[in-house]
Write a protein that binds this ligand. Structure first.
Ligand SMILES: [Zn+2]
Length: 385
C-alpha cells in the first residue's frame, strides 16, 4: 500500500502572521506553520505511523510505501510526473492521500470522520465572443465585450441541476445525523422529498453553504477575462475562461450543450480550452479517463481498516465516504485504476480549517497524536490481511 503526502506548501503573506510561518512554533498545544494542516502535518503522521510499524516489527503481508512528494500546489515534478517516470516504484494495490476531514467542535467532541473516495475534477472552458474591430467613437451593435458580458450574466443566473452521487448521499445523511437544526430537516427534504418545490427550496437552503453547494452539483466559475488592448479601439474578440468543477461520472457533452443553450448566442463560441495549452491537453485527457475517476470502492482492506480503526478510537463518531470538492494529486494514482482514500488525519475544528492556505495555520499536537494512532492502527490492520 502507498501512503502519499505532499511536502510542498503554498506561499504566505508573512506580515499577516502573528509568528514566523516557517519556524514550526509550538504554542498553547498547537504547532503553527505553513503546511501544518496542508499537508506537512499529514506527512508527519504518515511517517510516524510507518516508523512505529518498523520499530514494533509488525510482520508485513504487503509492501508499505511512504512517499513524500513535491509540487502538489504547483510546479512540474508532481505525482503525474512521478507516476509517469517511476511507476514501478509506486505501483500499489491502494493508496492513502489527503482528502476527507475529521471534524471536531470547539470542545474537541468529534462530529464525523469523512474519507474521500473521489475528487471533483477541473475542466477549463473558453467563451469567445466575436465582433467588428473599429474606432470606439462609432460603436457598432456587435461589440464583443457587450456580447460576452451578456453571455456571462446569463450563466451567472443559471444553476446546474442537482447531482447527488452515492458517496455524497452517505455524507449528507451523516451530516444530518450530527448537525444542529435546521440543517437535518433541509438535508432530509433534499434527499427524500418527492415534491419538486420542496426539493428546490431545500437545495437553496443547503446550498447557502458554499461547500455543500459544491458537493451536490457541477459548478461554473468565470476566472479570467481577456479583451481589448487600447482605449480608442473596439476589439474584434473578447474571451472568458470559465472553470468547471465536475463530479466524476458527469456527462460532459450534455453539460456543454446546456451551457451553450444558456449562453444562447451563436456569436459566442463555447468550447474546451485550446488543446495547445497545458490545461486544454489535461482537460481532454481527464475527460477520456473520466470512467476511471469514479469513486473508489469501500470494499477494500484499506477502507475497512480505516473505518474499523476510527470506530475503535472514537466509538460514537460516524465514518462516511466523501466527495472531495477540489482536485488532489491522487489523480495520478486514480487514473491508473488504484483505489485512493483521502484523509487529513487529525481532528480539526471549522475555525482551524479556515487557516489552511490562510494565516496562522496550525494543528493541535493532541490531534497529531490521535491521527498517528489512527493511521498506525489502520496499517497494522491492513497488514494483518
Ligand atoms: Zn494539500
Amino acid at each position: 500500500m502507498l501512503l502519499a503526502a505532499h511536502a510542498d506548501v503554498v506561499g504566505v503573506e508573512r506580515e499577516k502572521w502573528s509568528l514566523d510561518p516557517f519556524a514550526g512554533t509550538v504554542r498553547d498545544g498547537f504547532i503553527y506553520g505553513r503546511g501544518a494542516i496542508d499537508f506537512k502535518g499529514g506527512l508527519a503522521v504518515f511517517t510516524q505511523a510507518v516508523v512505529e510499524l518498523a520499530r514494533n516489527h509488525i510482520p508485513l503481508h504487503r509492501d508499505v510505501i511512504l512517499l513524500s512528494e513535491a509540487d502538489e500546489e504547483s510546479g512540474r515534478y508532481n505525482t503525474s510526473w512521478l507516476a509517469d517516470s517511476h511507476w514501478d516504484l509506486i505501483d500499489c494495490e491502494f493508496a492513502l492521500n489527503e482528502g476527507g476531514w475529521i471534524i471536531a467542535d470547539q470542545s474537541g467532541k468529534l462530529q464525523y470522520v469523512s474519507v474521500s473516495t473521489a475528487d471533483k475534477f477541473s475542466i477549463p472552458l473558453t467563451l469567445t465572443a466575436k465582433g467588428t474591430s473599429t474606432h470606439s467613437s462609432m460603436p457598432l451593435p456587435d461589440n464583443p465585450i457587450f456580447t460576452l458580458s451578456k453571455a456571462l450574466t446569463r450563466l451567472a443566473d443559471y444553476e446546474t441541476p442537482l447531482e447527488i452521487i452515492p458517496n455524497t448521499r452517505e455524507f449528507l445523511e451523516t451530516l444530518a445525523k450530527t448537525s444542529a437544526p435546521p440543517l437535518p430537516a433541509e438535508i432530509e427534504a433534499l434527499l427524500n422529498s418527492k415534491d419538486p418545490k420542496q426539493v428546490q427550496q431545500a437545495d437553496r437552503d443547503v446550498s447557502s453553504n458554499p461547500l455543500l453547494h459544491a458537493l451536490i452539483r457541477n459548478t461554473i466559475a468565470p476566472v479570467i477575462l481577456k479583451a481589448g488592448f487600447r482605449g480608442n479601439v473596439i476589439p474584434s474578440s473578447a474571451e472568458a475562461t470559465v472553470n468547471l468543477r465536475l463530479i466524476p461520472g458527469t456527462d460532459f457533452e450534455a453539460l456543454l450543450t446546456n451551457i451553450r443553450r444558456v449562453v444562447g448566442d451563436d456569436r459566442v463560441d463555447v468550447s474546451l480550452a485550446s488543446s495547445s495549452t497545458p490545461e486544454g491537453t489535461r482537460a481532454r485527457e481527464l475527460l477520456t479517463l473520466s470512467s476511471r475517476l469514479t469513486p473508489s470502492s469501500k470494499d477494500t482492506p484499506l477502507y475497512r481498516a480505516l473505518e474499523q480503526s476510527a470506530h475503535s478510537l472514537w466509538p460514537n463518531t460516524p465514518v462516511t465516504t466523501y466527495l472531495f470538492q477540489a482536485g488532489t494529486d491522487a489523480m495520478a494514482w486514480r487514473k491508473r485504476g488504484v483505489p485512493v482514500y483521502g484523509i487529513y488525519p487529525y481532528p480539526i475544528t471549522a475555525d482551524d480549517l479556515r487557516r489552511m492556505h490562510g494565516n496562522d495555520e496550525r494543528v493541535s499536537i493532541r490531534s497529531l497524536d490521535q491521527g498517528t494512532e489512527l493511521i498506525y492502527k489502520t496499517l497494522v490492520e491492513v497488514e494483518a490481511q
